[in-house]
Design a binder for this molecule. Structure first.
Ligand code: ADP
Ligand code: MG
Length: 592
């Protein structure tokens, strides 16, 4: 028998295992979610690779996951027929944490001071393979990669800093392809090895895994068996005829046996008819698929036909992922081709950057299975898909804004308002869709944000333009002398107090054919000019202006008489073509 080799874990791994065990003790059952999701990933990888290498599927084994429990001995085995691991992969994957999910969790825990992290938040992180040690004293991974003709066994124990790898030599344990995990449960956790317990956990955690998950269940059926009426009496009689005459009686007994039972729903939710899917199902799907812990604000399930055919479900999350989770940044859109999972790394091709908060699945029938980023970037089909997806995303956001529950949109705006403003800058083609979604404070609404539609409705009959002032705070906007005349006329003025507001508005230029006008710029025309009178005044104060300009020198471009103030004696304004004072502040802040 080839010797087994001993390896030390990378130092980080030992610490990670400690952390997992200490922070998740009250959420132990996540181990099953993690191990099933690894099995599902392994099946996805195999299916994906087999598109270009059909040879990988030469062992005609179904793509599925099987979980068996031995409650007397406290053992769970999880077997998948996925891609498996070579000897080198075993060492690379299960001895280090270069891997995605686990590393993220590790960092998040390190970042957060208290190790007890909110148990809801835990759901956001893949905690990975090592979560097996939450419930196990010993874990054995036996795995066969189609790239290797040998099967290898990884063996590790809780609280150890090393593990072993050896070749599998017992033919009884051979598997044609894939991975079998055997968990030897800790004394207190043997309860997990009950078939019903596992069944419930699978139903709860893994209902959206797209491969069948079978659990080993005890079954029974009743059957009627014949019983002799009373054999003892018949014998006593010694009467042969009586035996023949004897009435046959039957009795119901329960026959017990064990068998695999399909435990999850494998029809992907996006292939179902939207009419048959409940909001709860969408919400669950969203939370399970994207590791979210709150219901989404909105979802949209649709099919497009004709030129390009695809199905999709999109979601707007209720919260923005903060720093910890923004390591998850991409992975918002899961792309499938003909139900085969391709990648969750192509968001950039399917959505513009500013809409990257939208999450969802997209399943196309028109793309090749071996699709790559390069293909996506070139593809006319993808251009059409992108257009439709963006449109649907906007419909969904508009839906939130029209909802009777005003709070929903407030929440949306607080989380993703900046994204829409970025959209004003980056996506000219969708200005018409973005503009109605913007929100601002104004001189007549300092507490509640208003939409541009609300502004336009509130415009005075003689008012031509949409007025705004950009400032660094509501207070300074409110106290700006530029406001005086407009307030007198009862014209509403938008207060652009977010640094991005002004740039967004300048990119829009107009809304419903009304121009945006900065009231702090020179030449503000309120439509009430009295040319005669202005001429007179200009003449009267001409000398005074010259004098002031001389005194101020290069500090100002010019000094002019103006009709725009009512109470303040003078005001500093920006040149018509120059930056506004606010922009100047921004630019300064950026170059410093
Ligand atoms: P993650 O899934 O985030 O990569 P895990 O700790 O869950 O992190 O898994 C680590 C790695 O181990 C996986 O990326 C994969 O390469 C490998 N692995 C784990 N389970 C399996 C399995 N059942 N089949 C094949 N590879 C696996
Ligand atoms: Mg994993």
């Amino acid at each position: 028998e080839p010797p087994s080799e001993k390896y030390e874990y990378q130092a980080e791994v030992s610490r990670l295992m400690d952390l997992i065990v200490h922070s998740l003790y009250s959420n132990k059952e996540v181990f099953l979610r993690e191990l099933v999701s690894n099995a599902s990933d392994a099946l996805d990888k195999l299916r994906f690779l087999s598109v270009t290498e059909p040879g990988l599927l030469k062992d005609a084994v179904d793509l599925d996951i099987r979980i068996q429990t031995d409650k007397d001995n406290g053992i769970i085995t999880i077997t998948d027929s996925g891609i498996g691991m070579t000897r080198q992969e075993l060492v690379d994957c299960l001895g280090t944490i270069a891997q995605s999910g686990t590393a993220k969790f590790f960092k998040a825990l390190k970042d957060s001071k208290d190790a007890g992290v909110d148990s809801n938040l835990i759901g956001q992180f893949g905690v990975g393979f090592y979560s097996a040690f939450l419930v196990s004293d010993k874990v054995v991974v036996s795995t066969k990669s189609p790239k290797s003709d040998k099967q290898y066994v990884w063996e590790g124990e809780a609280n150890a800093n090393s593990y072993t790898v050896r070749e599998e030599t017992d033919p009884e344990k051979f598997i044609p392809r894939g991975t079998r995990l055997t968990l030897y449960l800790k004394r207190d956790d043997k309860g997990f090895a009950h078939p019903e317990r596992i069944q419930n956990l699978v139903k709860n955690y893994s209902q959206f895994v797209s491969f069948p998950i079978y659990t080993w269940q005890e079954k029974g059926f009743t059957k009627e068996v014949e019983v002799d009426d009373d054999p003892s009496e018949a014998k006593k009689d010694g009467d042969e005829d009586a035996t023949v005459e004897k009435k046959k009686k039957t009795k119901k007994v329960i026959e017990r046996y064990w068998d695999w039972e399909l435990t999850n729903e494998t029809q992907p939710i996006w292939l179902r008819n939207p009419k048959d899917v409940t909001t709860e199902e969408y919400n669950e799907f969203f939370k399970k698929t994207f590791n979210e812990y709150l219901d989404p604000l909105a979802s949209s399930h649709f099919t497009t036909e004709g030129e390009v055919e695809f199905r999709s479900i999109l979601f707007v999350p209720a919260v923005k992922k903060d720093d910890i989770a923004s390591m998850n940044k991409t992975k918002n859109i899961r792309l499938y081709v003909k139900r085969v999972f391709i990648s969750d790394d192509f968001d950039g091709e399917l959505f513009p950057r500013y809409l990257s908060f939208v999450k969802g699945v997209v399943d196309s029938n028109d793309l090749p299975l071996n699709v790559s980023r390069e293909i996506l970037q070139e593809s006319r089909i993808v251009r059409i898909m992108r257009k439709r997806l963006v449109r649907k995303a906007f419909d969904m956001i508009l839906g939130i804004s029209l909802s009777e529950n005003r709070e929903d949109y407030e929440k949306f705006w607080e989380n993703f308002g900046k994204n829409l403003k970025l959209g004003c800058i980056e996506d000219q083609a969708n200005h018409k869709r973005i503009a109605p979604l913007l929100r601002f404070f104004s001189s007549q609404s300092e507490e509640e944000l208003i939409s541009l539609d609300e502004y336009v409705e509130n415009m005075k009959p003689e008012q031509k333009d949409i007025y705004y002032i950009a400032a660094d705070s509501l207070t300074s906007a409110k106290n700006a002398p530029f406001l005086e005349r407009l307030l007198e006329k009862d014209f509403e003025v938008l207060f652009l107090v977010d640094p991005m507001d002004e740039i967004a508005i300048q990119n829009l230029k107009s809304y419903k054919e009304k121009n945006f006008v900065d009231i702090s710029k020179e030449d503000l025309d309120l439509g009430d000019k009295n040319e005669e009178k202005e001429k007179e005044i200009k003449q009267e104060f001409g000398h005074m202006c010259d004098w002031i300009k001389k005194r101020l020198g290069n500090k100002v471009a010019s000094v002019q008489v103006s009709s725009r103030l009512s109470r303040s004696p003078c005001v500093l304004v920006s040149g018509k073509f120059g930056w506004s004072a606010n922009m100047e502040r921004l630019m300064k802040a950026q170059t410093m």
